[in-house]
Design a binder for this molecule. Structure first.
Ligand code: NCD
Length: 326
């Protein structure tokens, strides 16, 4: 006979005392180094489970709302895959133009609606600070999947997991962030997250009009991290351990002629990469436009496709944590 633990009337054994139970994930500032190590440990277990059994029932009966007000391929599909691999299900709202948003519904009301039907909400929205507004309106956990030019915390978690898995460490790293550092939310989160580690040097290579915002530079500087700006990649490429390439964020420009002027500023190709170390990695949150030429893809240092896979494990870990299962 089934024991109590398999009774459908028990709340599936959530641990309400777990540190991350019921929490929102809005900013990487919420994560201490110990928290990061915990996330990486859970993500590694998730990877083991996916490799062994594919799909399992950790979040059986749980429902995720995937609410995207901006385009997404990887973030939305990896959250869907993460939830489904954990045995849960997903309400996808990708096309807000078909939802009550077009009738003028506020973000807070949309969130309050979705939390009546679901256990956790993943939100991507064009306005900086929108995830925090949603979290204030909701009792259920909100996970920020990108708030305008603000942050993209789950991307930074999967990025640091990628670095750890590929290079075996997160300390003693020379990391070069390249491209649109002004509007690229992924680099805002990544720079902040890397500032937790020791002896990390951050190099910023960008066109003049796309420099890393001052508030990020100040926060990272307060942690004692060395930050240097360059306009030419060649100056820093030979000593770089991680080259993190970003897309110029066309949709964030007020004046498209500014975009046209800088869009092709940096292109990574096999010729340029001859100057880089043999043991280093090239990352990109994707989508890429022209920043990395496709003929570099077969180079073992090209980590951007593997990076997407780590995203699945990181997001499985985060969902399990906020739903009291890790
Ligand atoms: C990024 C984003 O949305 O900020 N994409 C992603 O989530 N992988 C990067 C981008 O759009 O350039």
């Amino acid at each position: 006979m089934p024991t109590n633990s398999s009774s459908p009337y028990l709340p599936f054994g959530e641990n309400k005392n777990a540190a991350w139970y019921g929490k929102d994930i809005i900013s990487v500032k919420q994560f201490s180094r110990a928290d990061l190590e915990y996330v990486f440990g859970v993500a590694q277990q998730m990877r083991g489970m996916v490799e062994r059994v594919g799909t399992f029932d950790l979040l059986k009966g749980k429902i995720l709302a995937n609410l995207f007000y901006e385009p997404s391929t990887r973030t939305s599909s990896s959250f869907t895959a993460a939830m489904e691999r954990l045995g849960g299900s997903v309400i996808p709202i990708n096309e807000v133009k078909y939802s009550s948003v077009t009738k003028g519904e506020s973000l807070a009301d949309t969130i309050r609606t979705l939390e009546c039907y679901t256990d956790v909400i993943v939100l991507r929205h064009p306005e900086t600070g929108s995830a925090a507004i949603a979290a204030k309106a909701a009792k259920k956990p909100i996970i920020n999947a990108g708030d305008g030019v603000g942050e993209h915390p789950t991307q930074a978690l999967l990025d640091t997991l990628t670095i750890l898995e590929e290079l075996g460490r997160l300390d003693d790293l020379n990391v070069t962030l390249l491209g649109d550092l002004k509007y690229g939310r992924t680099v805002h989160s990544l720079a902040r997250l890397l500032s937790q580690f020791s002896n990390v040097k951050l190099n910023y290579v960008s066109p003049d009009i796309l420099k890393m915002p001052q508030d990020v530079v100040e926060e990272v500087g307060a942690k004692g991290v060395s930050q240097t700006e360059y306009s030419a990649l060649e100056e820093i490429l030979p000593t770089t351990d991680v080259l993190y390439v970003t897309r110029v964020q066309k949709e964030r420009f007020e004046d498209l002629s500014d975009y046209e002027a800088v869009k092709g500023a940096y292109v990574i190709n096999p010729e340029i990469m001859k100057a880089a170390k043999e043991k280093m990695i090239v990352m990109h949150p994707l989508p890429r436009v022209n920043e990395i030429s496709a003929d570099f893809d077969d180079d073992p240092r090209a980590a951007y496709f593997r990076q997407m896979e780590y995203g699945l494990y990181a997001r499985m870990a985060l969902l399990a944590m906020v739903l009291g299962k890790a």
